[in-house]
Design a protein around this ligand. Structure first.
Ligand code: GDP
Ligand code: IMO
Ligand code: MG
Length: 438
């Protein structure tokens, strides 16, 4: 049975939650492979919007086993709250499996995330302050605490003691923050261990057995290609491998088990936090024009572009074919799901960035140097819109206004990947299936 990686093709918030929820019913396992509760994936349940941060969006279906893979960093308190929220909505979490190798976000990780951002001042990354970066730092430094350590009180105490010997002086002497005692941390974390113990599993073994038994797996990416630690707009990135390759390292399943790579692209682009964003529509005080400000405001208002995790207003801009091509390459995309096409019904004409210009040079590929990306001026092509036509009820490609069809075809052409799913609204039903085949 075919398995799929679902990956954000921009800077996150492309609508991964909606598309995962939409196609998850076809899979036996839905697996998160990286990131943590910096993610905010929206799924619609009845007439309610639910925000998922750690739980794979496939939890909405009883038959699909939700798995938190080894590449994820887990804040146990947040996970327990999320499970309680889901249970209160009548959604069972009983099948959840958490990798014994996933790393645990500790209280000092969150403190250090916030403190380091403060230290960076105007150069800050604009993180979600959930402790993601510091937790991955400890993982790579081989000083992390894993789920399996949390489950063994003796080992946990020892690891916390060792960690605090290093963290407390940093917290106190460098950042002037409060320090922790081993008892204090154990008092908070050991009750979490008692609740989560039943869900801990050897997930790599579990998933490889599933592959052998011809079961299907959906790997649900968090964040997006341009936030990837290696392939994103470093250092304005998150600390994990968001790209499709991360699905292997973050779960222990080999690349041969993956059949399709579905890239989620918004019909325009958004970004939360700092860093370069060539097609951003800025306010005049930030260097934009009056027209840009209006476009940015419209995208933000019509698209409800506010962060699910932090509530921050998302930066908005036109679709960028340069990054779409880049995402197609670094992920090996076989398919694209184009989301939020309905939001573009607000415009007379629609721009697509096809190249960048910087210092007299034209780039139709993603520039290697950050300085180029920071100063890149987008080269736009303008396409006719379908202003005022409500497309949220369209369920086939042919029902879309002709100009909307042309827009989709144009995006397929510039990125070189077929658009096999089109979302025209937040609900599961507000979708056009156009040849998606897992
Ligand atoms: P994710 O992080 O990639 O899962 O995306 P988010 O959930 O953070 O942000 C996507 C937002 O867009 C959510 O509020 C979704 O409910 C909403 N959404 C998803 N697809 C569509 C769509 O096609 N049209 C509209 N109008 N909203 C959508
Ligand atoms: P989903 O899965 C959008 C951004 C933060 C910041 C940078 C680093 O909902 O698409 P971090 O806290 O990860 O160290 O922050 O990454 N960021 C996201 N932006 N969507 C997300 O997740 C994000 N997760 C992190 O805003 O710029
Ligand atoms: Mg999100």
């Amino acid at each position: 049975m075919p398995s799929t990686v679902l990956v954000g093709a921009q800077w996150g918030d492309e609508g991964k939650g909606k598309i995962t929820d939409l196609i998850a019913s076809d899979y036996d396992y839905v697996v998160r492979y990286q990131g943590g509760n910096n993610a905010g994936h929206t799924v619609i349940h009845g007439d309610k919007k639910l925000a998922l941060h750690l739980m794979p969006s496939g939890v909405m279906y009883d038959h699909a086993v939700p798995v938190i893979g080894n590449g994820v960093v887990v804040d146990p308190g947040v996970l327990i709250k999320e499970m309680a929220m889901l249970e209160a909505e009548g959604i069972s979490c009983k099948n959840l499996k958490i990798s014994c190798d996933a790393h645990v976000i500790m209280p000092y990780h969150k403190d250090l995330d916030g403190a380091d951002e403060k230290r960076l001042g105007e150069h800050k990354i604009g993180t979600t302050k959930r402790g993601i970066g510091p937790c991955y730092q400890d993982k790579v430094a081989r000083k992390g605490i894993r789920i399996q350590d949390l489950m063994d009180e003796k080992i946990f105490r020892l690891k916390v003691e060792t960690a605090l010997a290093q963290k407390n002086p940093i917290l106190k002497n460098i950042y002037g923050l409060h320090t922790y005692t081993v008892d204090e941390i154990c008092e908070e974390y050991l009750p979490y261990a008692r609740i989560l113990k039943q869900y801990m599993a050897e997930t790599a073994q579990l998933l490889n057995e599933a592959v052998r038994e011809d079961k299907s797996i959906l790997f649900e990416g968090a964040q997006g290609t341009l936030l990837d630690i290696d392939h994103g707009t470093y250092p304005y990135v998150t600390s994990s491998s968001c790209c499709a390759g991360g699905a292997c390292t973050g779960t222990g399943v080999g690349p041969k088990a993956i059949d399709r790579v579905l890239g989620i692209q918004k019909a325009y682009v958004t970004r939360v936090g700092g860093g370069p964003f060539p097609t951003e529509q800025r306010y005049p005080e930030d260097g934009g024009t009056g027209e840009e400000a209006m476009v940015g405001e419209t995208l933000c208002e019509v698209g409800h572009e506010f962060g699910v995790t932090t509530g921050r207003k998302r930066r908005c801009g036109w679709f960028d074919a340069v990054i779409a091509r880049y995402a197609a390459e670094v992920n090996g995309l076989t398919d694209v799901a184009l989301t939020k096409l309905d939001v573009l019904s607000a415009f007379d004409t629609i721009k697509v960035c096809v190249a960048y210009e910087c210092d007299g040079k034209t780039y139709d590929y993603f520039p290697m140097q950050q300085s180029v990306l920071f100063h890149a001026k987008p080269v736009y092509e303008e396409l006719p819109g379908w202003k005022g036509v409500d497309i949220t009820e369209c369920r086939t490609f042919e029902e879309l206004p002709e100009n909307a069809q042309r827009y989709v075809e144009y995006i397929e052409e510039v990125a070189g990947v077929p658009v096999t799913i089109i979302a025209v609204g937040p609900d599961r039903e507000q979708t056009i299936m156009r040849g998606w085949d897992r």
